[in-house]
Every structure is written in structure tokens, then in C-alpha cells.
Design a protein. Structure first.
Length: 134
């Protein structure tokens, strides 16, 4: 019985010391690390910022992109995505195409055990993001 009381006390004290949970925040930039099952190409820099006005924008690795979005609890979706029309190396353009296509299929978001933001499509692996420092 004493062991159970000690466990409950330690558990409650640890809960009080827990850091704030990671949240998806407006007007904060996130850097993409993975598109589904594939990591990004070296030195490519894909980003997203979710504006308070319901518009998302960022860098697709070559072009700047923008889209309306809806965020309701864990549900997240993006509308029609537009972008600038600069040409880059074919491999970078292919990665950007996969990224924008994946973004259009997002249905929800969550936080991984390593505090990485994940955007999930209906099927398949998520887009995985880190908060941009700076």
C-alpha cells in the first residue's frame, strides 16, 4: 500500500514538472525534414508558416508557395496551393512537386514522441516538421 501511495505521489510531482506540450502555432515557421517515407535532399530548405488569417505560406525548396488552410483541433487541411514559377534542378523540382501534393492531402496533425510536428494524409506516412529556431 505504501508503494502505491509513493508511486502516485512521484507520478503527480513529475506531471507538475512536465514541459508545455508542443503545439502547432500561428505565425511560427516550421522546417520540413521528411516527405512521407523520404527525407529531404541535402541543402534543400522547405518551410511552412500558418498565418492567423487562415493563409499558409513558405518555401517549397525552389519556389515560394501559399494556400488557404483550416485548423480545427487536430484536423488540418489545405486548399488550392499556388506558387511562384522559378525553375530549379530537376531533382529539386520533383521534391517540390511531391511536397505540394502531400500538403494538399493533409487531413490532421499531431506531435511525435520526439516532439516533431506531423501532418498526416488519409493514407501513408506524414510530413514531419521541426520548429525553425531564430
Amino acid at each position: 500500500m505504501k508503494r502505491l501511495a509513493l508511486t502516485a505521489t512521484v507520478g503527480a510531482s513529475l506531471l507538475g514538472c512536465a514541459a508545455e506540450p508542443v503545439q502547432l502555432e500561428h505565425n511560427r515557421s516550421y522546417i520540413l525534414e521528411w516527405i512521407g517515407e523520404r527525407p529531404l535532399m541535402d541543402y534543400s530548405h522547405l518551410t511552412i508558416t500558418l498565418g492567423e488569417d487562415g493563409r499558409a505560406y513558405g518555401n517549397g525548396g525552389c519556389n515560394h508557395w501559399f494556400a488557404p488552410y483550416t485548423l480545427e483541433g487536430e484536423k488540418l487541411s489545405f486548399g488550392k496551393i499556388g506558387s511562384t514559377r522559378k525553375l530549379c534542378a530537376p531533382a529539386l523540382m520533383e521534391q517540390e512537386r511531391r511536397f505540394l501534393q502531400a500538403l494538399e492531402n493533409v487531413q490532421r496533425w499531431d506531435v511525435s514522441p520526439i516532439e516533431q510536428i506531423r501532418f498526416w494524409p488519409a493514407e501513408g506516412k506524414p510530413l514531419r516538421w521541426w520548429l525553425e529556431e531564430g
